[in-house]
Design a protein around this ligand. Structure first.
Ligand SMILES: Nc1ncnc2c1ncn2[C@@H]1O[C@H](COP(=O)(O)OP(=O)(O)OP(=O)(O)O)[C@@H](O)[C@H]1O
Ligand SMILES: [Mg+2]
Length: 400
């Protein structure tokens, strides 16, 4: 008898992951074509560039069509049936092999579904309560550049709110781009909920993550707020019947429900960022990253967005990373990562981090306004215990 080893659900999931990888390539190359065509219409590039991307897209499509097939599952069922034909129903072994045939039939059926939805169903399970583990992570943009991220190690539990601070160019954005899989580590690795991220599962691992960027104007595609939130859902191939509810729920979470039919471009900066948060939330990521999401907003917008972040934190349903230059914001965090020249130089509670003001200043970081006031009071002989907000400090002073 042949050496054939029956396939299992493990191979099915691997097949889904592979489909996803190829689909990702396909989506990326189609996006390049769309962008190139838009640029060509503005005469920013030549038709040759558009043609080049169209060729790449064709190649990716062919690759998808010919390389990604479910032959192994067809063969698997054939083998199982052949094996079964060696036994009669009176043999004890018959029923054992019969189960193998049943499994092979199931795998073939599922592989067909996976081909249709391009592996959407591929899943990574949560193997650990550690939302993110980063090990000896290094990254440089070019081989002759210094490391923009230089040996970062950190572990963050699910539900924590972590602020990431550091002077300009300290590697904060680079780190976040590695976490969301836009940049590939030069060395070291990342685990998301216990799953080591590799090039083949990257696309599925991304389901755990969402990101909100700095510029509110660069995050819109749809002509209404509703369309905009729907866009990400369509990309994820979420069933249209489920979309309406998901969109409403996400918009309500950021207090933008009444604006669903408004045009995104007519909104204030704070409202735009709230829509960007809703778009991220709609995909129900377990980890949300804010890369200076409040830095381009006016004080009112800043507060709106910060309040949403605190509300999200209080549910403890999401793990939040917030890259920020706003030292007042770190008081909302459970933990603070301090980056300097690509290294994670400190990781601790806001209190621990703020206890060494000299250190923060040595790496060109300011201290929160409330801490500045405390320091100034101390310098004139008025010692007050540490406060997390200006209101708390004012209360303490009034009681003196
Ligand atoms: N696309 C790029 N190509 C080459 N070098 C880059 C690129 N992007 C960033 N860098 C460099 O990598 C280092 C880290 O930059 P990064 O943008 O991660 O810092 P940051 O902490 O986010 O800074 P900021 O607070 O200004 O946003 C810097 O030295 C920067 O010049
Ligand atoms: Mg940055």
């Amino acid at each position: 008898m042949s050496e054939f080893k029956p396939l299992t659900t493990k191979e099915l999931n691997e097949f889904k992951l592979l489909l996803n990888e190829y689909n990702d390539k396909l989506v990326r190359s189609s996006q390049k074509v769309i962008i190139a065509k838009a640029k060509y219409s503005k005469r920013e590039i030549t038709i040759d560039v558009v043609k080049k991307y169209e060729e790449e897209y064709k190649t990716a499509k062919n690759e998808f069509k010919y390389k990604v097939n479910n032959n192994i599952f067809v063969e698997n069922l054939k083998h199982a049936n052949e094996k079964l034909s060696n036994y009669s129903k009176n043999d004890e072994k018959y029923w054992e092999v019969y189960e193998e045939v049943k499994l092979a039939q199931f795998l073939l059926k599922e592989s067909k579904i996976a081909m249709k939805d391009r592996g959407r169903g591929g899943e990574l399970s949560k193997l650990s309560n550690t939302a993110l583990k980063i090990k000896d992570l290094k990254f440089r943009y070019k081989s002759d550049h210094p490391f923009a991220v230089n040996g970062v190690n950190v572990e963050v539990n699910h539900g924590e709110y972590v602020a990431i601070i550091g002077h300009n160019g300290s590697g904060k954005s680079t780190l976040s781009k590695i976490i969301i899989g836009v940049l590939k580590p030069t060395s070291g690795w990342i685990e998301v909920y216990g799953n080591r991220v590799t090039s083949s599962n990257l696309n599925i691992a991304r389901k755990f993550l969402g990101i909100v960027f700095q510029n509110p104007d660069n995050q819109f595609i749809g002509s209404t707020v509703r369309d905009d939130i729907a866009f990400g859902l369509e990309n994820r191939r979420i069933e249209p019947a489920k979309m309406g509810d998901i969109i409403k729920k996400a918009a309500k979470k950021v207090n933008m429900y009444e604006f669903l039919d408004h045009e995104p471009l007519m909104l204030s900066g704070g409202q735009k960022q709230r829509v960007a948060i809703a778009s991220a939330l709609a995909l129900s990521p377990d980890i949300l990253i804010f890369d200076e999401a409040t830095s381009m907003l006016d004080p009112k917008g800043k507060n709106e967005v910060k309040n949403i972040m605190v509300e999200l934190k209080n549910t403890r349903e999401k793990t939040i990373f917030s890259i920020t230059h706003d030292m007042d914001e770190i008081l909302n965090a459970d933990k603070v990562m301090v980056m300097n020249k690509g290294e994670l130089v400190k990781f601790g509670t806001p209190k621990e981090i703020l206890s060494d003001k000299g250190f923060l200043r040595s790496i060109h970081l300011d201290i929160p306004f409330v801490a500045q006031v405390e320091e100034a009071l101390e310098n004139v002989g008025m010692k007050v215990s540490h406060s997390d907000s200006l209101e708390e400090l004012v209360d303490k002073i009034c009681q003196k």
